[in-house]
Design a protein around this ligand. Structure first.
Ligand code: TYD
Length: 140
């Protein structure tokens, strides 16, 4: 099934100059870029994007990190794009992520927050997240 998913190259990805490396891994898995923009995250967008985490003690730390430098937001399309993207990315905690995954290779093993990249985790969140960041005419 062809799907679209939302990917965010987070501030640590940009700071480590890994945008090209990370995108190349997704492209190598036959995922295609359908939309792309560079933005700086804001509190209202982060409160929406991480609504499920708003009551967690680390929410403030997560928000500050997500705002500290601009990010690249992407829509990727391909066969089972949502599961494929999450598999290439690896689990949330980089310390638990196997070598060969993006988080396993590049994420911070001590600070969970600094895990390089976001990818939608379900068809429902992919739809909501794509429309959070892109107008319909911006997705090609
Ligand atoms: P979550 O939606 O649980 O994971 P994922 O990004 O893999 O879908 O969490 C969102 C982000 O919150 C996660 O990428 C990193 C951050 N986070 C922390 O900073 N500390 C934590 O303990 C957890 C679980 C997540």
């Amino acid at each position: 099934m062809t799907e679209k998913t939302l990917v965010i190259l987070k501030p640590d990805c940009m700071e480590k100059k890994l945008a090209g490396t990370v995108l190349a891994r997704f492209e190598a898995a036959d995922l295609e870029v359908k939309a792309c923009k560079m933005i700086r995250m804001t509190d209202p967008v982060l409160r929406e994007h991480y609504a499920h985490l708003i009551d967690k003690p680390f929410f403030g730390f997560l928000s500050n990190y997500m705002k500290r430098n601009p990010v690249i937001v992407l829509v990727l399309e391909g066969e089972n794009a949502i599961a494929t993207t999450r598999k290439i990315l690896g689990p949330t905690k980089s310390a638990d992520a196997p070598a060969g995954t993006i988080r396993g290779d590049f994420g911070d093993k001590e600070i969970v927050t600094f895990n390089i990249c976001h990818a939608s985790d379900s068809p429902e969140s992919a739809t909501a997240e794509i429309s959070r960041f892109f107008k319909p005419e911006e997705v090609f």
